[in-house]
Ligand binder design. Structure first.
Ligand code: ADE
Length: 239
């Protein structure tokens, strides 16, 4: 049984979307992972199939009903134990470590928020973990769910070819990626840095490390400060 993601959404036509092409799409077609898309509206009970209502206490917009969403979760996830996420700008920021953890598990159930929000009681009662993909506001959780799933799927066994595990560097060594070049040797008066064509692999590695550190320090001082340090030998304990 392959890694399986279940997405609960009011816009099922947004899936698989970009996950149906390229790396993720080929992996989906070949059965390396599965995507189950559930329309939350199918769990509405009244004749108008309504899924939202006005916020208690007043205010703008509409709130996704707890009873409808709970029924959708229960129908999709009867007695299963797997991560239950809800995409929201209020959530804990998504990290590569979290992506790796999700990719190593059975695959998450993901609720895509819409409207001004979701009734808090269904978040609490169904143990939904709120996850954000960044400090900006999308019009719904679908694009956030697609981003999270793309990041997970590329880590699944067999999805990436050669450039897989070994090149899983950028965030796992805590630095941004060094710059890359390819032919032509000269582009608009700009040559490829000489070291890269020298054939000296040790010098190339040292140059790339230095470039990655320079870029990370300038662009992401937060990452630079907390990057994993290369192992230093502990001095022997004196008695
Ligand atoms: N829904 C709307 N904005 C979002 C964000 N930044 N992350 C996750 N889900 C969202």
């Amino acid at each position: 049984t392959p890694w399986r993601a279940t997405v609960l959404t009011l816009f099922p036509e947004m899936f698989p979307g970009p996950l149906g092409v390229s790396l993720a799409g080929r992996a989906l077609a070949s059965g390396l992972w599965a995507l189950e898309v559930c329309d939350i509206r199918d769990s509405a009970t009244d004749k108008h199939r309504s899924v939202d209502d006005t916020p208690a206490g007043g205010g703008p917009g509409m709130v996704l009903r707890a009873d409808v969403l709970a029924a959708a979760i229960d129908a999709a996830d009867a007695g299963e134990t797997r991560p239950r996420l809800v995409m929201s700008p209020r959530g804990r920021p998504l990290t590569q470590a979290k992506v790796a953890e999700l990719a190593a598990g059975p695959g998450p159930l993901i609720v895509c928020g819409r409207f001004e929000g979701i009734d808090q009681r269904v978040i609490d009662a169904r143990g939904l973990e709120e996850v954000s993909i960044g400090d900006y506001v999308l019009s719904g959780g679908e694009i956030a769910a697609l981003a999270l799933l793309d990041a997970c799927v590329r880590l699944l066994p067999g999805v990436m070819g050669k450039q897989g595990s070994a090149l899983e560097e950028s965030f796992s060594d805590g630095l941004l990626e060094y710059p890359q070049y390819t032919r032509p040797q000269l582009f608009e008066d700009r040559p490829i840095p000489e070291i890269l064509t020298s054939g000296d692999h040790a010098k190339v590695a040292a140059w790339r490390r230095a470039e990655a550190e320079k870029l990370t320090r300038a662009r992401r001082p937060d990452l630079f400060a907390t990057r994993p340090q290369p192992n230093r030998q502990k001095p022997p304990k004196s008695t």
